[in-house]
Design a protein around this ligand. Structure first.
Ligand SMILES: Cc1ncc(COP(=O)(O)O)c(C=O)c1O
Length: 430
């Protein structure tokens, strides 16, 4: 593709990063199912290991199929570079790894995927890192939570499970003032609906397991770097600004400029943490991304129809979909996500916990699974599953209380989805 024309999203989701295979002419990106790559000679090998020449060494670090996906996602997000990894959770750790030292903390939203709350409240403690959780609707609280050891702010653009919207620009301004990066999990929005970098985010993380792949076939993750953060401005990010002892003293920011974070993530992060995406997974995700915009349009249209219907049902207490005028996030959704508020929301049933369990058990088209962002409509009772490790207070703050069911609307016929919900709600309230 020529560099002169600004291609549209639909074109880029099919072409960005890919070109016909130079060896065979294969039009689709081949699955390079190889562990290692033959060096031309010893000098070539040394240049690759010194990062003086870019190329392929070993598939824990880089792989040609994965590289196409990295370029595709970076392009769709408007970033300078990206690194793919084995899952969304891996991407979160990879996003923090170059920024953090023991004793450092992050400030994160209370409204996050339950697994992320556990990762940040428990698991990262073992690295000597910690997390302060704050309601991101309260911007003063976000500001107040930042201290000298804070190295990043973390939130979800459209938060799981409720589909609530984060004011990315407002939090980005706080991050800028504190000279720390804002990391946005853009899994539920996808770059088709929201491009967080345009709203001031430094890094964007994805669980590619969800909408980007789109049909529940593989797990994967990705970290996109905007390339705009000055890692050398404060001395807070020595892994990037100073001589990196883990890579024979290389200064990543000085050497790679706006690709410092991406190069560090590959050369040190993937090399030593090994959270690598495999080429088969990259292939499935590349296939999925080709139809991202078409699927997201249908997810949004179906979610608007189904959420609007559910809200009026007598068994329903409330629906959290930001695409509904009744949502307190509706105006923000229209501003930051004008193409729609995504396909994810929760429904609270008047019958409480017991009604939720009966409702989930009686659905027929909707699958009861711990996943979202599939072409199929999915449902889960978060409090007894994905948010089970959380305390009742954390569940309430995350919008995953016992009377709440999470719905991920698929791309089936909306009439069929409503008929299925209707029969299950009737049985749940019997
Ligand atoms: C918003 C969000 N971020 C991250 C993750 C973790 O992704 P993965 O399951 O690919 O590790 C999930 C998983 O459900 C998620 O919903």
């Amino acid at each position: 593709m020529t560099e002169t024309r600004q291609y549209g999203f639909d074109t880029l989701q099919i072409h960005a990063g890919a070109r016909p295979d130079p060896a065979t002419g294969a039009r689709n990106t081949p699955i390079y199912q190889t562990t290692a790559y033959v060096f031309r000679d010893a000098e070539h090998a040394a240049a690759l290991f010194n990062l003086q020449e870019v190329g392929f060494i070993y598939s824990r670090l880089t792989n040609p199929t994965v590289a196409v996906l990295q370029e595709r996602i970076a392009t769709l997000e408007g970033g300078a570079g990206a690194v793919c990894c084995s899952s969304g959770h891996a991407a979160q750790i990879m996003s923090l790894f170059p920024l953090m030292q023991p004793g450092c903390n992050i400030v994160a939203s209370t409204r996050l995927y339950g697994g992320t709350v556990t990762q940040f409240s428990q698991t990262i403690k073992r690295f000597g890192w910690s997390c302060k959780f704050v309601d991101f609707d309260d911007l003063d609280a976000v500001r107040d939570a930042i201290d000298d050891d804070t190295r990043a702010i973390f939130g979800e653009a459209i938060a799981n499970p409720g589909g609530w919207i984060m004011d990315v620009r407002a939090v980005a301004d706080i991050a800028d003032a504190a000279q720390i990066p804002l990391i946005i999990d853009n899994t539920s929005a996808t770059p088709y609906l929201i491009r967080p970098i345009e709203h001031g985010a430094t890094l964007v993380v994805h669980s590619t397991t969800k909408y980007l792949t789109g049909n529940g076939t593989v797990t994967g993750g990705c970290v996109v770097d905007s390339g705009t953060f000055d890692w050398s401005a404060t001395g807070k990010f020595p892994s990037l600004s100073e001589a990196e002892p883990a890579y024979h003293g290389l200064k990543f920011h000085e050497t790679f400029g706006n690709l410092a974070f991406t190069f560090h993530s590959i050369a040190v992060g993937l090399r030593d943490l090994g959270m690598t995406m495999n080429p088969q997974a990259a292939h499935y995700t590349l296939c999925g991304i080709e139809t991202l915009s078409l699927r997201m349009e249908r997810h949004v249209r179906n979610a608007e129809t189904v959420a609007g219907w559910l809200e009026k049902h007598p068994a329903v207490d409330h629906v959290t979909y930001a695409g509904l005028p009744s949502s307190k996030y509706h105006a923000l959704a229209k501003k930051i996500s004008p193409k729609g508020a995504g396909g994810l929301f929760t429904v609270a049933l008047k019958g409480g916990y017991d009604a939720c369990i009966k409702f989930v058990d009686n659905l027929e088209i909707f699958s009861h699974v711990a996943n979202l962002g599939d072409t199929r409509s999915l449902v889960i009772h978060s409090a007894s599953t994905t948010h089970r490790q959380l305390s009742p207070e954390q569940q309430a703050a995350a919008g995953a209380g016992p009377d709440v069911v999470r719905i991920s609307i698929g791309i089936e016929d909306a009439d069929d989805l409503i008929a299925d919900l209707d029969q299950a709600l009737t049985k749940a309230s019997a």
